[in-house]
Design a binder for this molecule. Structure first.
Ligand code: AMP
Ligand code: ZN
Length: 475
């Protein structure tokens, strides 16, 4: 598989550290607000990477942090903690909003078929690990104390700017525009590992440390959480492109200083979702959420379909006109699939030939738009329904567009028109399919979890000899 690596600025053959196994780390959300659909684009494209690696036969372990402390409103370490700002906005405690927005995030992920990583670790649960690594960086001379805070000394590195050849002066006026400099820093690019002092003394969560009562910087969380669960050598680290600097640059600096060797081999960055006026961002306060799209009548699968039609390394402009086009195309696609029936046997030669096209598309740096084209190519085949349905099932195990469940929901709708609660029906069908797969894999705990989750939402599953149906209980 060829994967673009932001470190080398080229597509490279993906070779994991250990044959057959992949360690994958994802920067998780800062849970001070709803995720916007730009954030969700990043998580969806990372999901395709995760699923495709599994499809290709790798045993993947994926870890994601939840940023519930330390992410400041400015990159120059002088801003307020975003979590505290969010808590003040809502007159709640930091932990209350962290729980609320973490749950909302995973609700969105479930609706978009984004697989939950094996490990999801809130930063507040790992403070001891951060203190251990920061202490070691101080001992090794890579960090210093100034004005009550611990800073990483970037001048100790041979090369700090690993992703881009930034000039210090460019940074002063570019990335950190309008931000006052922290006078404690020995070098402009130095960053805080541990705060005991900031302008914002009302920081809600603080911990005892060898340097006084305080809280960790944002960057140290991802290094430590990754190393804690995935060891000293990481295969792939993911995030949105805005994370490349300073966040990922700082992660590399401190991890490699601590370990004394190379840490992560491949850096996977997803380009932004932009509005017609610029980047979609939480801090601007004006952003679109998945719930808002749903309220406007868009099935979350339409948004997934919209995103998969473009490459993750191209920025994507969102407009309702573009989303409407995706909605129409997705509905037509489901309608065509709904006309297929399981007639005849699967033509193995045709199956393998089409599968090869699909694999070729994703092997080429996850070209999802060509993978979607491969779906349309299946429909044009001279083969029978059984072959086409087998191929669509195969492709959708990676794409996760609910193609078969969606088509089935259409077949079951009383008229040819999609039912009003079509998205809901499709989601239930997808859950039923996931439960069937879990049972087939003898993962009964997961099968039970799905049944209970649906029951909590008022959906009772009925197992019959011909498969599983469901009943929606009156509320
Ligand atoms: P945050 O919750 O702000 O920490 O961001 C979560 C993820 O979304 C990170 O990987 C960011 O790089 C990514 N991200 C932020 N803004 C956008 C955007 N407009 N489009 C795509 N990804 C984004
Ligand atoms: Zn991170």
């Amino acid at each position: 598989m060829q994967l673009y690596n932001s470190l080398s600025h080229t597509k490279e053959e993906f070779i994991p550290n250990e044959a057959g196994k992949v360690s994958l780390y994802t920067c998780g959300p800062t849970v001070y607000h709803y995720a916007h659909i730009g954030n969700l684009r990043t998580y969806m494209m990372e999901d395709i990477l995760d699923r495709y690696l599994r499809y290709a036969g790798y045993r993947v372990t994926r870890v994601m942090n939840i940023t519930d402390v330390g992410h400041l409103t400015s990159d120059a370490d002088t801003g307020e903690d975003k979590m505290l700002k969010g808590a003040k906005r809502e007159h709640k405690s930091v932990m209350e909003i962290a729980k609320f927005y973490t749950d909302c995030f995973f609700d969105d992920c479930r609706k978009l078929n984004i697989r939950r990583p094996e490990v999801v670790q809130p930063a507040t649960g790992c403070v001891e690990d951060f203190i251990k690594v920061i202490s070691s960086l101080l001992e090794k001379g890579y960090a210093y104390l100034a004005g009550g805070n611990v800073y990483f000394d970037t001048s100790k590195l041979k090369q700090y700017y690993v992703f881009h050849n930034f000039e210090e002066e460019d940074l002063a006026v570019g990335v950190r525009e309008g931000v006052e400099e922290d006078g404690n820093k020995r070098n402009k690019a130095d960053f805080v590992l541990w705060f005991t002092k900031s302008k914002f003394d009302d920081q809600e969560l603080k911990w005892e440390s060898p340097w006084g009562l305080g809280y960790p910087g944002w960057h140290i969380e991802c290094s430590c959480i990754s190393m804690k669960y995935l060891g000293e050598k990481l295969d792939i680290h993911c995030g949105g492109i805005d994370n490349a600097f300073p966040h990922h640059t700082n992660e590399i600096a401190q991890s490699e200083a601590y370990l004394g060797h190379k840490w992560c081999n491949y850096w996977f960055h997803v380009l932004h979702l932009n509005t017609t006026t610029g980047k979609m961002s939480k801090s601007s306060g004006e952003f679109l959420t998945l719930s808002l799209l749903e309220q406007k009548g868009y099935d979350p699968m339409v948004y997934r379909f919209f995103c998969l039609q473009s490459h993750y390394r191209k920025s994507l402009v969102f407009s309702f006109e573009n989303l409407d086009n995706a909605k129409t195309a997705y509905a037509k696609l489901l309608a065509r699939i709904a006309q297929l029936s399981e007639d005849g046997a699967v033509d193995q030669a045709a199956f393998e030939a089409q599968k090869a096209n699909f694999v070729k598309a994703l092997d080429n740096d996850l070209n999802t738009s060509l993978a979607v084209t491969a779906v349309y190519d299946v429909l044009k085949l001279p083969a029978g329904g059984a072959t086409k349905l087998a191929l669509l099932r195969e492709f959708d195990s990676v794409l996760q567009l609910n193609l078969l469940e969606g088509a089935k929901a259409l077949q079951n709708a009383p008229t040819g028109e999609p039912a009003a609660d079509d998205g809901f029906a499709r989601e239930i069908e997808a859950q039923i399919e996931a439960r069937r797969a879990a049972k087939a894999a003898k993962n009964y705990a997961e099968a039970d979890r799905i049944r209970s989750e649906l029951a909590a939402r008022g959906v009772t599953l009925i197992d019959t000899k011909d498969g599983t149906t469901y009943r929606v209980e009156p509320r």
